[in-house]
Design a protein around this ligand. Structure first.
Ligand code: FAD
Ligand code: NAI
Length: 478
């Protein structure tokens, strides 16, 4: 039987944008519900969205496992550790990944209980215009509820983009979902799109033994990354055996019984055909507004299908907000979370804030690539006078002890004020090192500030200090 329950805030979507917004709104004293449609293999709820179920978390679990496997096979001997009879147990690797996902799913259930957020498992859609009680929303099975909300936060995320004529079957033609659950290492793996997913998933399966070919449409590699870093990354990935082909025009994709053939034109305009055991298509993601019934209430979408919002995540409808992948801006979990917190605080009349200039990016390849702020090419294009300083991990004692000396830290600072404008890292633990740069930029620090801060020895973070010193050609260890 259907019931009507009233809430101050209803969040549609339980990914990083949605569940964090729900928790923050509850902390601020609102009655809050979160509706999420995702289900696990048993049909139960699977809170955490793309990030937890088929994104950040499972991909990092497999990246870690595959890196251990590669180290055991290739670099342990250098440390004086001889491994006999090394064998891949892919079933266990996938099981471990699934159990980490479940721990995260369960963790959010616990957090909802702790913060008194009511959870409905089902798909929410707008049921009509706002009344005195707020917006009526219907929630489909298994929840089967009609609820109303004074404020609605849309956090419905994104889906993998398909190539025309090549729908995902998750057996031969894989989105991120299938790419994270391949149950036998494919001898030949094709990847279309040399972006973040292509490189991370390509790395996982290459380390586990696949011959990986990446076909990228653009003539440049990692166009959004600082050119010097992207060039270094291209060299290192090629050395690892990732076969990355730029400037490819993809044609017909034909799935067979056990393999899939891809016709394409290479950068020289020559017609090619490649046959793969599995094909991952990672060419970006599209906002997910399916089933929201946005048109029922006149919720405006932009020309690319994102929910249209202003800088404060307000939609065209009063008291309807939208955050995360379903709105403009980088499709990153931490960006979604920041927006979720800021919206909850704005609903409470506070001054929630998201600084788009200091959102860090990380690509979890080996070496990792991480950056914040502007690239050298962006500064040049904007005509901003800057100074650059780099420091290679090769000259860092901790990196040598780790046996991971590839890459560098690069600082870009304003030529006059010395304010840090961008920091770019390729190297070990770049994902952790970038946090210092984010803090520095948030506080509008100068490169000199970092250069004068005491960094522990021996640590990778000394490379950050040295790159800041390099701005004025004062490196001490290089
Ligand atoms: P989502 O996480 O997509 O969550 C949306 C939720 O809403 C889903 O559970 C969906 O089922 C639900 N939903 C949709 N419509 C409805 C409806 N009508 N009613 C009820 N529920 C609904 N980002 C990073 O920052 N770091 C990473 O390392 C990283 N790795 C990634 C790896 C992969 C393979 C992929 C695909 C993505 C990765 N991302 C990463 C991106 C990250 O996953 C997203 O940016 C993030 O999940 C967006 O959060 P969100 O809350 O906006 O949406
Ligand atoms: P992406 O935007 O990172 O990369 C897509 C790549 O595909 C681009 O290089 C693009 O030029 C190429 N491409 C597009 N159309 C093509 C075509 N027709 N033929 C050949 N190449 C084509 O998108 P991706 O890798 O799918 O990931 C989606 C998003 O998920 C990322 O942008 C990121 O926001 C998020 N993500 C974040 C991660 C992280 O933070 N570590 C990890 C994985 C995903």
């Amino acid at each position: 039987m259907s019931t009507t329950k009233q809430f101050d805030v209803v969040v549609i979507g339980g990914g990083p944008g949605g569940y964090i917004a729900a928790i923050r709104a509850a902390q601020l004293g609102f009655s809050v519900a979160c509706v999420d449609a995702a289900e696990n293999a048993k049909g139960g709820p699977a809170l955490g969205g793309t990030c937890t179920n088929v994104g950040c978390i499972p991909s990092k679990a497999l990246l870690q496992s595959s890196e251990h496997y590669e180290h055991a096979g290739h670099s342990f001997a250098d440390h004086g550790i001889d491994v006999a009879g090394l064998k891949l147990n892919l079933g266990q690797m996938l099981k471990r990944k699934d159990s980490i996902v479940k721990q995260n799913n369960d963790g959010i259930v616990f957090l909802f209980k702790k913060n008194k957020v009511t959870f409905f498992h089902g798909r929410a859609s707008f049921a009509g215009a706002a009344t005195a009680e707020g917006y009526p929303l219907s929630v489909s099975a298994p929840a089967n509820e009609t609820i109303s909300a004074k404020h609605v936060i849309v956090a419905t995320g994104s889906n993998a983009r398909e190539l025309p004529g090549a729908p995902f079957d998750e057996k031969l033609i894989l989105s991120n979902t299938g790419a994270l659950a391949i149950d036998a290492v494919p001898a030949k793996l094709g990847v279309i799109g040399a972006g973040v997913i292509g490189l991370e998933m390509g790395s996982v399966w290459r380390r586990l033994g696949s011959d990986v070919t990446v076909l990228e449409g653009l003539p440049v590699f990692l166009g959004a990354v600082d050119e010097q870093i992207a060039k270094e990354a291209g060299k290192l990935f090629a050395k690892q055996g990732l076969n990355i082909n730029l400037g490819c025009k993809i044609g017909q994709i034909t799935p067979g019984k056990n393999n899939v053939s891809v016709a394409y034109e290479n950068a020289k305009g020559e017609a090619q055909t490649a046959v793969f055991d599995k094909l991952i298509i990672s060419i970006g993601r599209t906002p997910n507004t399916n089933g929201l019934a946005a048109d029922k209430v006149g919720l405006q979408l932009d020309e690319r299908g994102f929910v249209a919002v202003d800088g404060d995540c307000k939609t065209n409808l009063p008291n309807v907000w939208a955050v995360g992948d379903v709105v403009r801006g980088p499709m990153l979990a931490h960006k979604a979370e920041e927006e979720g917190v800021a919206v909850a605080e704005r609903i409470a009349g506070q001054h929630g804030h998201t600084n788009f200039n200091t959102i860090p990016w990380v690509i979890y390849t080996s070496p990792e690539i991480a950056w914040v702020g502007q690239t050298e090419q962006q500064l040049k294009a904007a005509g901003i006078a800057y100074k650059a300083g780099t420091f290679p991990f090769m000259a860092n004692g901790r990196a040598r002890a780790l046996g991971d000396t590839s890459g560098m830290v690069k600082f870009l600072a304003d030529a006059t004020s010395d304010e840090i404008l961008g920091v770019h890292i390729i190297g070990p633990m770049a994902s952790e090192l970038i946090a210092e740069a984010v803090v520095a930029m948030e506080f509008k620090a100068s490169a000199e500030d970092i250069a004068r801060i005491c960094h522990a020895h021996p640590s990778l973070s000394e490379a950050t200090k040295e790159a800041a010193l390099a701005i004025d050609k004062r490196t001490l260890n290089f």
